[in-house]
Design a protein around this ligand. Structure first.
Ligand code: CP
Ligand code: NVA
Length: 335
């Protein structure tokens, strides 16, 4: 019987959670996934409602919150990037207090981490970070669950992040890996290394967990004998289009391609939070091709579609892990 109780807690960044608490959420996600596959209903949150605020667009996170909430017996209200008063006519503090009167939990996806922190400060119910510029913590539970499913463990694995390591995904993965005993490597152009404060904090976490944090600009060294190669888009939501040129120039050497996969172990997996630019089947992918002549960006289509790629299992795990996060932080209904 676990002694961990996360009821009433916000979920804003994994920095606020111990390794044991994170492992508890990963295991709960695995348990809820198993129950869903077996058709065992877990809906003890009947009659509750959650608000889903999205100031940036989403496929996976929104669908995961909606499906997970419905599976748990809850109702959802989606507030889209244009459709609410938030930030324009009403402050975050006022929004938090209004929504606290109607909902049992609030998800927020948006810009600065400070905004979700402020929302949580004023809300009387749990607040879950569905992605900010700095962190994407719900993605971490899904990613670690996926790795655990593949390797049967987390501790001791070599995890290599290539590309823009100074944004939400690089930051969050460095924190998650260092808290859970993985060997995290940011393998990229030094301009895109995570910030020093977070690197130092993560190195402290790694001391406790037996993991490590390495920054390198060498693809050969960084990816050598890796268990996991991970990347994300080079330009994130909310960044200006004008940065594409510098990103392509700086990060193309850190594309996850066959050569990088060949340095890694033969059973290494490829991961990506998605969406990914690996072909010309998207509007932006086509525009970039017309402007810069490249057909693939952070990952080649060959790697994305290979047997080593686990991206769609990873995407499915978003739902199971978001369900775990809501189930752990909300009180069960009394009827
Ligand atoms: N990985 C992820 O957060 O995807 P969405 O932007 O589609 O939610
Ligand atoms: N870094 C990406 C992650 C998307 C899930 C972004 O913020 O757009």
């Amino acid at each position: 019987m676990s002694t961990i109780d996360l009821t009433g807690r916000d979920f804003l960044t994994l920095r606020d959670f111990t390794s044991e608490e994170i492992e508890y959420l990963i295991d709960l996600a695995a348990e809820l996934k198993d129950k869903k596959k077996k058709g065992i209903r877990v809906d003890e949150y009947r009659g509750q409602n959650v608000a889903l605020i999205f100031e940036k667009t989403s496929t996976r996170t929104r669908c995961s919150f909606e499906v997970a909430a419905h599976d748990l017996g809850m109702g959802t209200t989606y507030l889209d990037p244009q459709g609410s008063q938030i930030g324009k006519k009403e402050s975050i503090a006022d929004t938090a207090r209004v929504l606290s009167g109607m909902f049992e939990g609030i998800e927020y996806r948006g810009f600065e981490q400070e905004i979700v922190e402020e929302l949580a400060r004023y809300a009387k119910v749990p607040v879950w970070n569905g992605l900010t510029n700095e962190y994407h913590p719900t993605q971490m539970i899904a990613d670690m669950l996926t790795i655990k499913e593949k390797f049967g463990r987390l501790s001791g694995l070599k995890f290599v992040y290539m590309g823009d390591a100074r944004y939400n995904m690089g930051n969050s993965l460095m924190v998650a890996c260092s808290k859970l005993g993985l060997h995290f490597v940011a393998c990229t152009n030094p301009q895109y290394f995570p910030n020093e404060e977070l690197v130092n904090a993560s190195r402290e976490y790694a001391k406790e967990s037996g993991g490590s944090v390495t920054l390198t600009d060498s693809v050969a060294e960084g990816t050598k004998d890796a268990d996991i190669l991970y990347t994300d888009v080079w330009v994130s939501m909310g960044e200006p289009e004008s940065v594409w040129e510098e990103r392509i120039k700086a990060l193309m050497p850190y594309q996850v391609n066959k050569k990088a996969m060949d340095y890694a172990k033969s059973d290494a997996i490829f991961m990506h939070c998605l969406p990914a630019f690996h072909d010309l089947k998207t509007k932006i992918g086509k525009e970039i091709y017309e402007k810069y002549g490249i057909t693939e960006m952070e990952v080649t289509d060959e790697v994305f579609e290979s047997a080593n790629s686990v991206v769609f299992e990873e995407a499915e795990n978003r739902m199971h892990s978001i369900k775990a996060i809501m189930a752990a932080t909300l009180k069960k209904s009394s009827y």
